[in-house]
Design a protein around this ligand. Structure first.
Ligand code: NAD
Length: 254
């Protein structure tokens, strides 16, 4: 496969990236646009969504994905769906605010389900589709104080596998991508929250909590996750489905 063919692998395709205004989602929007896709940047942050959309020659969809009822009857024509939008809430279980738990689950599990439900009919009709779910290493292993995040991401792993099983015969693949700590605004906020919960300075959270188990000893960069997502939508990944791909600098190898 020549570089040129790879770079045009999504020519004529439409891609939808949720949480595309920032971090990993913005990097994915850029990667998929570079591969030729017309990218819809979906985010509740209107300014950010418009800025990224303009940057990639795509369009913005300003949407609050926590309002899941509004997604119930949705039908969307897209060839690539990247379920990426996410938030984090950190608290010991006994103090976890129930509405915070529900919010995390609505954005990171219910919305991905409703979007998969919305895109599959069109993908089945065209006989081609790629669903990439941005999960986390915490979709595969747990971490204290992150009950909502860990359980939503574990649920996303299951949803991705069921999508793969049902979609396979229609030309639809579904995968999870499982980053370790990535240098994004979400992680910066998380560092501050963990510092509060553990009662240690933020610099120590990075060294003792986030990088302690990393073999490579640095944060993952958003473009590195996006490159993997791009490859997973490409022609060489047609047989990659129902799988989970860690990109964590060796964090989960221990
Ligand atoms: P980020 O905060 O930089 O970006 C998240 C985006 O999602 C933001 O643009 C935000 O506006 C959007 N969003 C949040 N709630 C929304 C809602 N209700 N409706 C619409 N949009 C909403 O975060 P990021 O680090 O790029 O994270 C992206 C994804 O990657 C998340 O699913 C996260 O769980 C996952 N992830 C991140 C890391 C990391 O270390 N940063 C590691 C593993 C997995």
């Amino acid at each position: 496969m020549s570089g040129q063919e790879t770079s045009a692998s999504l020519a004529g395709r439409r891609a939808l990236v949720t949480g595309g205004a920032s971090g990993i989602g913005a990097a994915c929007a850029r990667e998929l646009a570079a591969r030729g896709a017309h990218v819809v940047v979906a985010d509740r942050d209107g300014d950010g969504a418009h800025a990224v959309a303009e940057d990639v020659g795509g369009e913005a969809w300003v949407v609050d994905l926590s309002d899941t009822r509004a997604l119930d009857d949705l039908r969307l024509d897209t060839d690539v769906l990247v379920n990426n939008a996410g938030i984090q809430r950190v608290s010991p279980l006994q103090d976890f605010v129930p509405d915070d738990f529900r919010l995390v689950h609505r954005i990171m599990l219910e919305a991905p389900f409703l979007l998969v439900r919305a895109v599959l009919p069109g993908m089945y009709e065209r006989g081609w589709g790629r669903v990439v779910n941005i999960s986390s290493v915490h979709g595969l292993v747990a971490s204290p104080f992150k009950s909502a995040y860990v359980s939503a991401k574990h649920g996303l792993e299951g949803l991705s596998k069921v999508t793969a099983l049902e979609g396979g015969e229609h030309g639809v693949t579904s995968v999870c991508v499982n980053p370790g700590y990535v240098r994004t605004p979400l992680v910066e906020k998380q560092m501050a929250e963990q510092a509060r919960v553990h009662g240690i300075p933020e610099a120590e959270v990075l060294a003792r909590v986030m990088l302690a188990e990393s073999a490579v000893k640095r944060l993952v960069e958003p473009h590195e996750v996006a490159a993997l997502v791009g490859w997973l939508t490409g022609p060489d990944a047609a047989m990659v489905s129902g799988a989970s791909w860690t990109i964590d600098g060796g964090w989960s190898a221990r």
